[in-house]
Design a protein around this ligand. Structure first.
Ligand code: COA
Length: 248
């Protein structure tokens, strides 16, 4: 379902997905969730897409779920939001997020499913679920304690106060903090680099990283090895080995 508030642009095999509803602080409606879900579902299958860049503007990511939708009986269905969360959580190609300004509620929790997150100095994350009489969503009750440990996750999820990009980095879901003016170009450069990596190696590696974090190291070795052996025989890898050996 197309939405004027979710704008997609493909260039250099990077699909940029922009949240664009500035008059309502990019708050995400049911229609926008459906458009986001569709964009990720299509990008997962599209051979021309090698990475996704998810962004808002340098002073605004999103104020989270549209609160008017929460009150409207017609739109109070969460299927589109769940469909979007499933699509981003199981997305097989790398996702880079560029975040600035407010990133509230699902504006923070969707980042837990991204692979690289670039945040600006002016970013204000917030997980205000309990303050709103709600509870964590988007898998955040599992993912945040895994990344941040129970105590920091409890601080962020139970107090629900705004926090900055440095704290986001401490919590484990921000890769780098940059000036607000360079959020998008930094994130785009990273997405481009990821898009240029060998496709099968990238897809296989992301799938391995996303496997159960509870695995033992011995289980991980077993999981990895069949893929390593298969990739070692691939034309792509063999061409790269040969190019290295013939580089002089
Ligand atoms: N849902 C629906 N509308 C929202 C919204 C949301 N989550 N967040 C902002 N808006 C709307 C406001 O109602 C306002 O609309 P109006 O101009 O028609 O009155 C417009 O966006 C601008 O918001 P405003 O609050 O005036 O901007 P601000 O710069 O003072 O504050 C925020 C920005 C993001 C800090 C503030 O709007 C906010 O806290 N929003 C709610 C965040 C939230 O609780 N999200 C839900 C998480 S589950």
């Amino acid at each position: 379902m197309p939405s004027t508030h979710v704008v997609t642009t493909l260039s250099d095999r990077v699909l940029a997905i922009e949240l664009l509803r500035r008059e309502k602080k990019n708050a995400i409606t049911t229609e926008m969730y459906a458009a986001l879900a569709e964009a990720f579902e299509e990008a997962a299958e599209a051979p021309g897409v090698a990475a996704v860049l998810l962004h808002g503007q340098s002073d605004l990511f999103t104020a989270g779920n549209d609160l008017a939708d929460f009150l409207s009986p017609a739109a109070r269905e969460t299927r589109s939001a769940i469909r979007f969360l499933h699509a981003i959580a199981s997305f097989p190609k790398p996702v880079v997020a560029a975040v600035g300004g407010p990133a509230i509620g699902i504006g923070t929790t969707m980042l837990f499913h991204c692979d690289l997150v670039v945040a600006g100095e002016g970013t204000r994350f917030q997980l205000p679920f309990v303050k709103l009489g709600l509870c964590p969503e988007g898998g955040s009750s599992a993912l945040l304690p895994q990344m941040a440990g129970h105590r920091l996750a409890a601080e962020l999820l139970l107090l629900g106060e705004p926090f900055d990009a440095h704290k986001g980095r401490e919590a484990g879901f921000v890769n780098m903090v940059v000036a607000d003016s360079s959020i998008l170009e930094t994130a785009r450069a990273l997405a481009l680099k990821l898009a240029q990596q060998p496709a099968d190696a990238m897809r296989t590696s992301k799938a391995l990283l996303k496997r159960s974090p509870g695995r033992t190291s011995l289980e991980a070795i077993e999981d990895e090895y069949p893929h390593f052996e298969r990739l070692m025989q691939s034309q792509e890898a063999r061409d790269i080995f040969r190019a290295f050996l013939q580089r002089k």
